[in-house]
Design a protein around this ligand. Structure first.
Ligand code: F6R
Length: 260
């Protein structure tokens, strides 16, 4: 696992560089998209580069990590609508090329199985963007999630609902209790995992992710088993890392051609 400790603006540029490099090598690349605050600056940077003609998503496809269950199709915080607004509408990705689990389906298990099949048919995800919850979730794989899980229905923790209340006018009662999420094994099938975390609120989760024992209690720790995982954090999110000085030294000495 590579740990990069840089200011948020540098993190966004580094992740955009990785996406740009991937699309240059493989224009039909499959991207994995996260929602929430963490990838916002990355989407802003990708939109800027796309507008400047530096990269194109015209042949790319994308898969979302997760979706709330129980929100009406036109709800502004439904993740499908968030991704359309924050990413798809701002780049040249083809209509219909962005997929997400269907949280409005009558048959949710069937929708989850169909989602797994669609990801597999696309050849899997090349680069998966991730954020991390304060309780250590990735996707919406809450503590206790099976490390071998696939896309399925989950119940959000009280902590996650409280954290996400800011998107629902500060009212935790309006945050859905259930979601569909790619499982930990689904996420682990992506060829490159790129996790972004900023702010002191993420420091404990980042410490467990990077330096803790692998455990379903901190689901993101499964990333320690991935052969190509990059964790990009700012100073505040890195503040509880025991080997912070070492990670900085490694990144400072890395040849520029290596990329993430
Ligand atoms: C969102 C997702 C979640 C978030 C996490 C952090 O699609 O999968 O794991 O990445 O809850 O959220 P933010 O970035 O808002 O702090």
């Amino acid at each position: 696992m590579e740990v990069v400790i840089e200011p948020p603006g540098v993190i966004a540029a580094l992740v955009a560089d990785a996406v740009e490099g991937l699309l240059a090598a493989k224009p039909e690349a499959v991207l994995g998209l996260a929602t929430g605050s963490s990838p916002q600056a990355v989407y802003d940077e990708l939109a800027r580069r796309c507008a400047a003609g530096r990269l194109s998503f015209a042949r790319a496809r994308a898969f979302m990590l997760d979706e709330y269950v129980g929100l009406p199709a036109d709800h502004p915080e439904r993740y499908r609508n968030v991704i359309d607004r924050d990413f798809a509408a701002r780049v040249d990705i083809a209509p219909g090329a962005v997929h997400g689990p269907d949280g409005t389906a009558d048959d949710l298990p069937a929708a989850c199985a169909a989602y797994e099949a669609t990801i597999a048919a696309a050849g899997g995800v090349d680069l998966q963007l991730l954020g991390i919850g304060t309780d250590g979730h990735i996707g919406f794989n809450e503590p206790g999630s099976s490390l071998a899980s696939r896309t399925r229905l989950k119940t959000l923790t009280t902590q996650t609902r409280a954290d996400n209340a800011r998107f629902f006018g500060g009212d935790v009662g309006r945050v859905p209790r259930h979601c569909l999420t790619q499982g930990l094994a689904t996420i682990m099938s992506a060829r490159h995992l790129v996790l972004v975390a900023t702010g002191a609120g993420k420091a404990e989760a980042v410490h467990h992710l990077v330096e803790g024992p692998v455990s379903a209690m901190w689901p993101a720790t499964i990333m320690q088993h991935h052969p190509h995982a990059t964790v990009l954090v700012d100073d505040a999110a890195a503040s509880r890392l025991q080997l912070g000085a070492y990670y900085r030294e490694v990144f400072a000495g890395k040849p520029a051609w290596q990329g993430l």
